[in-house]
Design a protein around this ligand. Structure first.
Ligand code: DQA
Length: 160
Protein backbone atom coordinates (compact mmCIF):
# COMPACT_ATOMS: atom_id res chain seq x y z
CA UNK A 1 0.00 0.00 0.00
CA UNK A 2 3.07 2.21 0.65
CA UNK A 3 3.53 3.93 -2.69
CA UNK A 4 -0.09 3.71 -3.72
CA UNK A 5 -2.18 6.84 -3.81
CA UNK A 6 -4.59 7.41 -0.97
CA UNK A 7 -8.18 8.54 -1.11
CA UNK A 8 -8.65 12.19 -0.19
CA UNK A 9 -11.49 12.61 2.27
CA UNK A 10 -12.65 15.90 3.74
CA UNK A 11 -14.53 16.02 7.04
CA UNK A 12 -16.71 19.10 7.34
CA UNK A 13 -18.20 20.34 10.58
CA UNK A 14 -20.88 23.00 10.57
CA UNK A 15 -21.91 25.59 13.14
CA UNK A 16 -21.34 25.14 16.86
CA UNK A 17 -19.15 22.09 16.37
CA UNK A 18 -15.88 23.90 17.06
CA UNK A 19 -16.09 23.26 20.78
CA UNK A 20 -17.09 19.65 20.54
CA UNK A 21 -16.36 18.00 23.87
CA UNK A 22 -17.34 21.17 25.72
CA UNK A 23 -20.75 21.94 24.21
CA UNK A 24 -23.78 20.18 25.76
CA UNK A 25 -21.75 17.14 26.72
CA UNK A 26 -24.92 15.39 27.84
CA UNK A 27 -26.07 15.38 24.21
CA UNK A 28 -22.87 15.49 22.17
CA UNK A 29 -20.39 13.75 24.46
CA UNK A 30 -17.08 14.79 25.96
CA UNK A 31 -14.86 13.71 23.07
CA UNK A 32 -13.57 16.26 20.57
CA UNK A 33 -12.24 16.03 17.03
CA UNK A 34 -8.77 15.79 18.60
CA UNK A 35 -9.74 12.32 19.82
CA UNK A 36 -10.53 11.17 16.30
CA UNK A 37 -7.05 10.07 15.13
CA UNK A 38 -6.58 7.66 18.03
CA UNK A 39 -10.15 6.35 17.64
CA UNK A 40 -9.52 5.83 13.93
CA UNK A 41 -6.27 4.07 14.75
CA UNK A 42 -8.06 1.72 17.11
CA UNK A 43 -11.45 1.26 15.47
CA UNK A 44 -11.21 2.67 11.96
CA UNK A 45 -9.98 -0.55 10.34
CA UNK A 46 -8.11 0.83 7.34
CA UNK A 47 -9.15 4.49 7.18
CA UNK A 48 -5.75 5.89 8.15
CA UNK A 49 -3.94 3.53 5.79
CA UNK A 50 -6.15 4.25 2.82
CA UNK A 51 -7.11 7.87 3.16
CA UNK A 52 -5.55 11.29 3.43
CA UNK A 53 -7.80 13.17 5.82
CA UNK A 54 -8.55 16.87 5.89
CA UNK A 55 -10.75 18.65 8.42
CA UNK A 56 -12.74 21.85 8.17
CA UNK A 57 -15.13 23.64 10.50
CA UNK A 58 -17.07 26.83 9.91
CA UNK A 59 -20.04 28.48 11.51
CA UNK A 60 -21.30 30.24 8.42
CA UNK A 61 -23.15 28.61 5.57
CA UNK A 62 -21.23 30.41 2.81
CA UNK A 63 -17.84 29.36 4.18
CA UNK A 64 -18.94 25.73 4.25
CA UNK A 65 -20.18 25.92 0.66
CA UNK A 66 -16.97 27.66 -0.43
CA UNK A 67 -14.93 24.85 1.14
CA UNK A 68 -17.00 22.14 -0.53
CA UNK A 69 -16.67 23.90 -3.90
CA UNK A 70 -12.92 23.90 -3.38
CA UNK A 71 -13.06 20.17 -2.62
CA UNK A 72 -14.94 19.71 -5.90
CA UNK A 73 -12.26 21.69 -7.79
CA UNK A 74 -9.62 19.50 -6.16
CA UNK A 75 -11.55 16.38 -7.23
CA UNK A 76 -11.41 14.87 -3.77
CA UNK A 77 -12.64 11.31 -3.29
CA UNK A 78 -15.25 11.72 -0.57
CA UNK A 79 -16.76 13.84 2.17
CA UNK A 80 -18.00 13.21 5.69
CA UNK A 81 -20.18 16.08 6.82
CA UNK A 82 -21.93 17.08 10.00
CA UNK A 83 -23.85 20.17 8.91
CA UNK A 84 -25.00 20.90 12.49
CA UNK A 85 -28.20 22.95 12.53
CA UNK A 86 -27.86 23.63 8.79
CA UNK A 87 -28.95 20.01 8.38
CA UNK A 88 -32.47 21.14 9.11
CA UNK A 89 -32.50 24.57 7.51
CA UNK A 90 -30.04 25.04 4.67
CA UNK A 91 -31.40 24.65 1.17
CA UNK A 92 -28.21 26.35 -0.03
CA UNK A 93 -25.99 23.64 1.47
CA UNK A 94 -28.37 20.92 0.25
CA UNK A 95 -28.16 22.41 -3.28
CA UNK A 96 -24.37 22.36 -3.09
CA UNK A 97 -24.21 18.72 -1.96
CA UNK A 98 -26.69 17.79 -4.69
CA UNK A 99 -24.58 18.88 -7.64
CA UNK A 100 -20.95 18.31 -6.67
CA UNK A 101 -21.21 14.60 -7.26
CA UNK A 102 -18.74 13.66 -4.53
CA UNK A 103 -19.84 10.66 -2.46
CA UNK A 104 -20.62 11.82 1.06
CA UNK A 105 -21.88 10.46 4.34
CA UNK A 106 -23.84 12.72 6.68
CA UNK A 107 -22.98 12.21 10.33
CA UNK A 108 -24.53 13.37 13.58
CA UNK A 109 -23.30 12.93 17.11
CA UNK A 110 -26.83 12.62 18.44
CA UNK A 111 -29.63 10.47 17.14
CA UNK A 112 -31.52 13.29 15.42
CA UNK A 113 -34.68 11.15 15.13
CA UNK A 114 -34.95 10.89 18.89
CA UNK A 115 -34.83 14.64 19.32
CA UNK A 116 -37.23 17.54 18.85
CA UNK A 117 -39.35 17.54 15.71
CA UNK A 118 -37.38 20.18 13.82
CA UNK A 119 -34.20 18.10 14.18
CA UNK A 120 -35.82 14.96 12.81
CA UNK A 121 -35.69 16.13 9.21
CA UNK A 122 -32.53 16.54 7.17
CA UNK A 123 -32.45 18.69 4.03
CA UNK A 124 -28.82 17.82 3.46
CA UNK A 125 -28.96 14.01 3.60
CA UNK A 126 -30.95 13.54 0.42
CA UNK A 127 -27.98 12.98 -1.87
CA UNK A 128 -25.81 11.29 0.72
CA UNK A 129 -24.72 7.68 0.58
CA UNK A 130 -26.32 7.40 4.00
CA UNK A 131 -26.50 8.85 7.47
CA UNK A 132 -24.71 7.79 10.66
CA UNK A 133 -26.28 9.30 13.77
CA UNK A 134 -26.29 8.73 17.49
CA UNK A 135 -22.81 7.34 18.18
CA UNK A 136 -21.15 10.50 19.44
CA UNK A 137 -17.66 11.00 18.03
CA UNK A 138 -17.74 7.40 16.75
CA UNK A 139 -20.27 8.55 14.13
CA UNK A 140 -17.27 10.13 12.35
CA UNK A 141 -15.28 6.89 12.55
CA UNK A 142 -18.17 4.91 11.03
CA UNK A 143 -18.81 7.64 8.46
CA UNK A 144 -15.19 7.69 7.34
CA UNK A 145 -15.08 3.89 7.23
CA UNK A 146 -18.23 3.87 5.09
CA UNK A 147 -16.71 6.32 2.60
CA UNK A 148 -13.49 4.29 2.37
CA UNK A 149 -15.41 1.04 1.89
CA UNK A 150 -17.61 2.66 -0.75
CA UNK A 151 -14.56 3.94 -2.63
CA UNK A 152 -12.84 0.55 -2.34
CA UNK A 153 -15.86 -1.17 -3.80
CA UNK A 154 -16.60 1.37 -6.52
CA UNK A 155 -13.32 2.97 -7.42
CA UNK A 156 -9.90 1.41 -7.68
CA UNK A 157 -7.11 3.26 -5.90
CA UNK A 158 -4.97 2.61 -8.96
CA UNK A 159 -5.08 5.34 -11.58
CA UNK A 160 -6.74 7.88 -9.30
C1 DQA B 1 -26.04 17.72 15.29
C2 DQA B 1 -27.56 17.73 15.45
C3 DQA B 1 -28.13 19.08 15.06
O1 DQA B 1 -29.54 19.09 15.25
C4 DQA B 1 -27.54 20.18 15.91
O2 DQA B 1 -28.00 21.44 15.48
C5 DQA B 1 -26.05 20.15 15.94
C6 DQA B 1 -25.39 18.85 16.07
C7 DQA B 1 -25.43 16.40 15.81
O3 DQA B 1 -24.29 16.16 15.47
O4 DQA B 1 -26.06 15.66 16.55
O5 DQA B 1 -25.38 21.17 15.95
O6 DQA B 1 -25.72 17.83 13.93
Amino acid sequence: MNNKKKYSILTVNGPNLKYLGKRNVDIYGSKSMDDLPSLLDKHGQNVLQKAELDFFQANSEGDIIDRIELAWQDKISGIVINPGAYTHTSLALADCLAWINIPYVEVHLSNIWSRDKIRQHSLTARHSMGVVAGFGIMSYVYGLQAVVDYLDINISLEGK
